[in-house]
Design a protein around this ligand. Sequence first.
Ligand SMILES: Cc1cc2nc3c(=O)[nH]c(=O)nc-3n(C[C@H](O)[C@H](O)[C@H](O)COP(=O)(O)OP(=O)(O)OC[C@H]3O[C@@H](n4cnc5c(N)ncnc54)[C@H](O)[C@@H]3O)c2cc1C
Length: 420
Amino acid sequence: MATKQFSYDVIVAGGGPAGSTTASFLRKQGRSVLVLEKERFPRFHLGESLLPCGGEVWDELGVSDEMKRRYIHKPGARFIHSESGLTQTYYFSEAIRPDHPFAYEVQRADFDNLLLRRSEELGAVVREETAVRDVQFDDHGVDVTIRSSDGSTEVVRSQVFVDATGRDTFLGTRFGLKVSDELVTTNLACFTHYEHCVRQTGADEGNITIVLFDGGWWWFIPFKGTVTSVGCTLQKEFTLSRKGLTAEQMFMAALEATPAMQELLQGATRVRPVDTTGNWSYRCKQFYGDRFLLVGDSAAFIDPLFSTGVLMAVTCGKYAARAIHEALLAGDCSAERFASYQQQALQGADLFKGLVHEFYARNLRPLLVRSAAHPSTCAAITSALAGDVYRPAMWQGLFREGFSERAVDSYGTQRSSMES
Ligand SMILES: Cc1cc2nc3c(=O)[nH]c(=O)nc-3n(C[C@H](O)[C@H](O)[C@H](O)COP(=O)(O)OP(=O)(O)OC[C@H]3O[C@@H](n4cnc5c(N)ncnc54)[C@H](O)[C@@H]3O)c2cc1C
């Protein structure tokens, strides 16, 4: 039987950070790439606070200067505990390895468009308003059925398929790979944008603020200019006891329960309707198979407490591109070739997941506003908040000992031997 012609080496479904970064790194290796994106960019997206360790990827993609020009600097992360009033700020310049002392806060519509256009500049073919509808794998390649906004369908063929469809989890759903993470006790986010909030001043203006309260936690992400992204991530108990509320009513109920957040919004004007999203923490059992890889949220999504999603998406995009390039060079795109990609991806994902679990088990929660008196713990938390998670050796000690050893019973006294 004659082998069908390949249109591209790789077809990437989804033009968010995971998809565009995978495409850009594949282009740097000279691979032909088609990116299919169902929306027209720029489009709104959540995930506006970046982490410093993304800096390496921005440099390699050649977008660092443009980002510096467009976006506000984020030198740190401030945590406020609403009920006790305790506050602590972590500065990335004080991380264990302070290679990247700041990150950025970005409007994702603009940022995702910047990354997608960069992949185009590097030679990827990008088709927007074009959704992937079906994939058929065979021994030699993959046929991808796509549908354009005018309703027309066609089939394109490649050697490898990358699923970067985000929380739509195109292949994860199709192959039944998704497993939800029941240890995370939040299940809903309500979000909007405000103008003229009470921001920090000077160099601290771009800090993210996370406000912890009994019903969950808030994010406060200031953009360059006057707009600030404000949202809350709510505990199941909080949302289930208020079933039937509209998005706006749920947001207002959470605000009513959080005096510290009310202070930050004093005199501010809401400039977007309140919206919600669910589909919470999950991970696919496997991030690869014969001729395909899952990258970014299509592989795993973890509660966004530590602003980790974009870093994981772009780091894994880089790893995926390398794995695919090497597989194509070897002429073998079988699942076994991609197993090491999953191992690399999990290094960071497991650490972030461990931290999120520590938070929801309540050990890490009080420590976040009480670690200043313990420099080594404080530096470790700062490094995690900076996203320095893809070098696992650094973290082994911390997880072996566990945060419970360092935990505080309440937002008051330290109970462990750390102080002795
Ligand atoms: C409440 C909340 C707050 C968050 N806060 C942060 C934060 O502060 N910082 C951070 O780093 N991350 C945050 N995240 C996570 C972040 O949004 C994601 O991790 C990140 O966007 C993942 O990038 P991605 O490219 O994998 O997916 P996406 O950015 O979702 O991109 C996927 C793309 O695929 C397209 N697509 C889907 N299906 C198809 C199809 N069939 N065919 C073609 N295209 C398709 C979509 O239109 C989309 O553009 C947050 C997430 C949530 C829910």
